[in-house]
Design a protein around this ligand. Sequence first.
Ligand SMILES: Cc1ncc(COP(=O)(O)O)c(C=O)c1O
Length: 440
Amino acid sequence: MSTTFAPHRAEEVDEYPHDYASLLALDHAHLLHPQHHPADHAEAVIFDRGEGAILWDVNGKRYIDGLACLWNVFVGHGRQELANAGAAQMRKLAFVNSYVGSSNEPAITLAARLARLAPGDHLNTVFFTTGGAESSDTAFKTVRRYWALKGQPEKSTIISRTNGYHGTTIGATAATGLAAFHPNWGPPAPGFVMVPPMDIGAIEAVIAEHGAGTIAAIIAEPVQGSGGVYPPPADYFPRLRALCDHHDIILIADEVITGFGRTGTFWGLDQWNVVPDVISFAKGVTSGYQPLGGIIISDAIREVIYDQPSASRWWHAFTYSAHATCCAVAHANLDIIENEGLVARAAIMGARLQTGLRAYASHPAVREVRGLGLMGAVEFNPGAVPGGVPALAKAMRERGLFTRTRNDIVMFAPPLVITETELDELLAIFGEAVKATIGH
Ligand SMILES: Cc1ncc(COP(=O)(O)O)c(C=O)c1O
């Protein structure tokens, strides 16, 4: 087969149209989206730019960014500091690998910085990924390897929780407790057991049934996010920590949404003064300006992994692990979070969000209002919203508020920099959309 090589010219990009209708047609023709269903994209919003907590689409329409896009744009859109940090790093160095005998300065100093930011004094070693699912799979492989190298290879089962979301690689899917993600992808990854969330007794039952000697770790989000924003009872994580200690089970905190200040403390588990053995992170570490994630492991795990002959080294890798540009942007992002006091701000603005949403707790169509810090949700009674929650989402969108819904749940997690006025506007638009959709 012969192929002709057509060199790419910058002008070629401009041969494509810029108007909404043409872009939408091209999107429909060529772009397969995450969790794709064509109906979702029939009238997709095509975003163009953002500033702080505000987004504009290609038609110039303004929206409040109700979910920090995908729970990740913590410092808000349009931050020149992050663009500059990325551009400066790219100008210096396109890429170096981080494999055998090779490293780079932004990755080294970011690992040190994250070790300093990690809770307790035993989380000091970082492996970088490019997102949450890679972090989940890395954590699962790491804890299994830890036990195997310690002479307990049968200690391999990962316990996870229903309603939890950990990503959609094969391993992360197996740990994800949202039923829709499971069917029709072929054989699932073995070695995963699901328990109801918030129920320590259910974990005790699994341990009693399978034996602690078969269980490597439990993974939990401090506040379940994508499943619909479920904060735990105050004693849940302290009890889970004690249970893990008692049975020699590793506690993996999936801080992909809750890390870097979302709940009003730097880590989600700081809410209950619980220190895990492994932290999985992504999203807020770069506020979405670059794809970066990773895990922070305990000294105990590190020791076992490091203390191996060459042949049984850490056989785990991603080309883009410790990418210098991503790490440089993460530094600039953490500078903003620190310099602008955004963790404390999340607590203050979070209280405002929770108060605003709780006003709907007595609405006859509402089943429950939940939240912690700057993440909140309103769950409606099944069938209570004419046209379903998608109709409510449409009404919000028309009024200039963009966020995500799941089943009967509307979720909010705006950028931590959202202003008081913008947050009040978010709440007002939600209220108007509820009234327009439900009638009162
Ligand atoms: C708690 C949690 N873990 C993992 C993931 C997966 O991250 P990614 O989509 O970057 O793979 C997500 C994504 O929303 C998440 O919320």
